[in-house]
Each structure stands twice: as structure tokens, then as C-alpha cells.
Design a protein around this ligand. Structure first.
Ligand code: DGL
Length: 264
């Protein structure tokens, strides 16, 4: 049975990275109620086994269904590439998921060299290989697993010397090989955009698919006549499977205002 139009939308990530997507959703759909799960107690996902990631995703999706959500956004590229097909096979509400922006990058690049920044699991996934096969024939795709980026964001260390050093280490080799376009293939990475820009300069394009995911969510809800009819500002609820005090501090920092985080 379809959920009510004023039901919440569930959004989740391994940690706080999915807040980059949640921000775009909030900007596009101000009246919707949003429920965000940071699976911080089990993060990072990027170097875990497929079974581990799939089990966590199933647990969170079942939680959202128990909260009667009307749609679920997998705001995590790693979870998408490992688990989304399995989830869609049984989940009773629409699942909107991430996709590394390889197609837009192919249309955008002038040098014909594109860097895809993501976790180890995403880089090695069938999903990324399929996107490269479909859209990457006329370009060189440099895949880069950016070890350490997720941890910097989880610590709230978005700028500063150590973060800049790490960003240089991962990105300068891509620039040396001629990349003029970088795809942010992990939802944590938009929070490093300021540092990334300071390292790569203004001539390199950075593609973040978060806004496109928010538009896709709106389209899917609209097709099902499930956009809320409320005109007041929607609520936000935050949950974490990790240390709640720590989550509250970092989520408040990244969300831009103090929030309360409850235990998942
Ligand atoms: N934010 C996630 C992604 O988009 C997961 C990062 C991780 O937990 O390793 O891939």
C-alpha cells in the first residue's frame, strides 16, 4: 500500500557523508520530513566485504520501513554499488541511489582524461565498470581510491595542513596525467571541496551528483503523487549507530546548525 504523502523520506550513509545529499534534498524539497541515518558505528564501508555492507544496508532499510517512509535515498556510492539491486528486489518503497557522474564527466572533459574519486569498493564495482564501458570509450578514466578522505570528514577536519597534504597526495598524480575533470564518487568528498579546489585550482572541473539525486527523488515522488502537500517547513530527524555525542557534534558542524542525534 502506498505511504501517505506526508510520510518521511529516509536517507542513509555509512556516516556523515550523505549529509551532502541531504542538504540538496532539503534545498529542493523544503516541506518534506527527512530522517537521516549515519551508520557511524559500522563505518567506513569502503574497505569492508560485500556481505558486511549488504547486511548493514538491509538493516537500515528495514528500520526505515518500520518508520513508514515513502522513499529511501541511499546517499552512499559504496552501498549503492554493492547492495542496491538486492534491496530493490524486496523493498516496498522507491529506492533512489547514487551513481558516479561518469556520463556528465564524459560530456564535460576537454582533455579526454577524467579522474573518478571513490572508495575501494566503489572503484572495483561492476557499476563503475558498466558506466565506463557505456560512456568512457573516448576518454581515459583514472580511478582513484582516496584512502583517508572519509576519515578526515568523519573527524570534521575539512581543511588544514594534514587534510591538504592528503588531498595533494591523491589528486596531483591525476593532474599530472592530464585530468581536467574530477568526479566525486563518494558522498563524503563534497565536504572536502574547498580543500580540493585549493589544491587543483580553478581550471579543473569538479562534478558532484548530489543535486541530480535530489531532482531524481523529486521526480520519483511526483510521478507517484507522493510529494507532500504541506506548506510548512519539514522536520529533520537524525540517528546514528555510533557514539551519539560525537555524531551530534559532527552532524551539527556539517549541517550548519545544532541538531539532536538519537541512537539507531
Ligand atoms: N559516503 C560513502 C560513499 O559514498 C561511504 C564511504 C565509506 O564509508 O567508506 O561511498
Amino acid at each position: 500500500m502506498p505511504q501517505k504523502t506526508n510520510a518521511p523520506i529516509g536517507v542513509f550513509d555509512s556516516g556523515v557523508g550523505g549529509l551532502s545529499v541531504l542538504k540538496e534534498i532539503r534545498a529542493l524539497l523544503p516541506a518534506e520530513s527527512l530522517c537521516y541515518v549515519a551508520d557511524s558505528g559500522y563505518a567506513p564501508y569502503g574497505d569492508k566485504s560485500r556481505d558486511y555492507i549488504s547486511e548493514r544496508c538491509e538493516y537500515i532499510v528495514r528500520f526505515f520501513l518500520s518508520q513508514q517512509v515513502k522513499a529511501i535515498v541511499v546517499a552512499c556510492n559504496t552501498a549503492t554499488s554493492v547492495a542496491v539491486d538486492g534491496l530493490r528486489a524486496w523493498c516496498s518503497v522507491p529506492i533512489i541511489a547514487m551513481e558516479p557522474a561518469i556520463k556528465p564527466a564524459a560530456l564535460h572533459t576537454k582533455s579526454g582524461v577524467v579522474g573518478v574519486l571513490a572508495t575501494t569498493q566503489t572503484i572495483g564495482s561492476a557499476n563503475v565498470n558498466r558506466l565506463i564501458a557505456e560512456h568512457g570509450q573516448d576518454m581515459t578514466v583514472l580511478l582513484r581510491a582516496c584512502a583517508g578522505f572519509v576519515e578526515r570528514v568523519e573527524l570534521g577536519e575539512l581543511t588544514g595542513q594534514q587534510t591538504e597534504h592528503l588531498v595533494r597526495q591523491h589528486l596531483l598524480p591525476l593532474l599530472e596525467q592530464g585530468a581536467d575533470t574530477l568526479v566525486l564518487g563518494c558522498t563524503h568528498y563534497p565536504f572536502l571541496a574547498e580543500t580540493i579546489k585549493s589544491v587543483v585550482g580553478d581550471n579543473i572541473s569538479i562534478i558532484d551528483p548530489s543535486a541530480a539525486i535530489a531532482r531524481e527523488l523529486k521526480r520519483r515522488l511526483s510521478d507517484r503523487n507522493q510529494l507532500t502537500t504541506d506548506s510548512v517547513r519539514g522536520s529533520e530527524r537524525f540517528l546514528s549507530s555510533g557514539d551519539v555525542c560525537q555524531a551530534q557534534s559532527i552532524i551539527s558542524q556539517l549541517w550548519g546548525k545544532p541538531v539532536v542525534v538519537n541512537l539507531l
